[in-house]
Design a binder for this molecule. Sequence first.
Ligand SMILES: NC(=O)c1ccc[n+]([C@@H]2O[C@H](COP(=O)([O-])OP(=O)(O)OC[C@H]3O[C@@H](n4cnc5c(N)ncnc54)[C@H](OP(=O)(O)O)[C@@H]3O)[C@@H](O)[C@H]2O)c1
Length: 326
Amino acid sequence: MKDQPTIKWGIIGLGAIAHLFAKELQLVKGAELVAVASRSKDNAIAFAANYHCKKTYDSYEDIMNDTTIDILYIATPHDSHAELSIKALEKNKHVLCEKPIALDYKDAEKMIAASRKHNKFFMEAFWTRFNPSFRAAFAKIKKGEIGEIRYINADFAFCANDKEKNRLFDLKLGGGSLMDIGVYPLFLAYTILGVPDSILAKSNFHSSGVDSQTAMILNYKDAQAVLYSGISHTSDMIATISGTEGQINLNKTWHMAESFTMIKKEKETNYDLPTNGMGYTYEIEECHQCLRNNAIESQLWSHQNSLELIQLVDKVKNQIGLDFSI
Ligand SMILES: NC(=O)c1ccc[n+]([C@@H]2O[C@H](COP(=O)([O-])OP(=O)(O)OC[C@H]3O[C@@H](n4cnc5c(N)ncnc54)[C@H](OP(=O)(O)O)[C@@H]3O)[C@@H](O)[C@H]2O)c1
């Protein structure tokens, strides 16, 4: 088979996730990191040297004018996802933007409108959607192997350091557990059960104003999802999906699982699906496939999926009284 042309990537915002992503780009055939942009020249140069990247920019605007780039990966804090994605799309770049897509539904709608207007690919980087264990478990659930789904239990928690300057504790940057990691359990319930009939949510808050822990109940006609996010402690992070004929556990750490377990009539079956790298490789491959098919959205994590997910986040924010515009 003929080799496909290389897809040329640029990265904006060179923090923690940008490093992981750049490492995983190296694992994907046909991906090349051609340019990176940081607010700091030194950071850009040091980052580029680590990942054999030739071009650096010390301005987010300048990288958008680089015509050698096919797709820009936006890896900045949540509050700038909308502005940077829209600018990049206007500059005729395809865009992969980190989760959460934006601070709210209103901004997310504008991002997707820009993708459609400029006919450029846009996807929220919801990497769990492309995780092999999640995909295989999801296929079994869809086929009805554990019957009708009645209950989902999922959490995401880790102990974050609030002493140093950390975006997680900065309200202006959209900090807190809900936006950063609460979106994962919400993603799981939404993907499996769809949009709930109602949501109940309750949070505790850090002194900076961000939510430090948020508990959520999503209610459906015949099912409930009990979800949680926290940044003041750790948790096991095993997600459970229970149906009328069995149960599936996405094993620790569920959002990047390398195995899942199906339990039916007390018989446990393990499915081991080790990931290539940490698993960002799969969302990168999905972007490549979409670009090669001239698609402006993924069928697996579509524009509508991102819009419906951020709508759920907005509903939780309303319930817990979290407002980033203050
Ligand atoms: N998919 C995942 O598994 C995953 C994991 C972690 C985070 N994320 C998402 O990725 C985004 C970035 O998270 P991160 O953990 O990489 O954050 P981080 O380590 O703080 O890095 C963010 C980078 O964005 C740039 N930036 C631009 N404006 C900024 C501002 N006002 N304050 C701080 N940094 C600013 C900085 O890069 P320069 O100085 O180089 O310009 C900074 O290094 C978040 O939206 C988060 O939800 C996703």
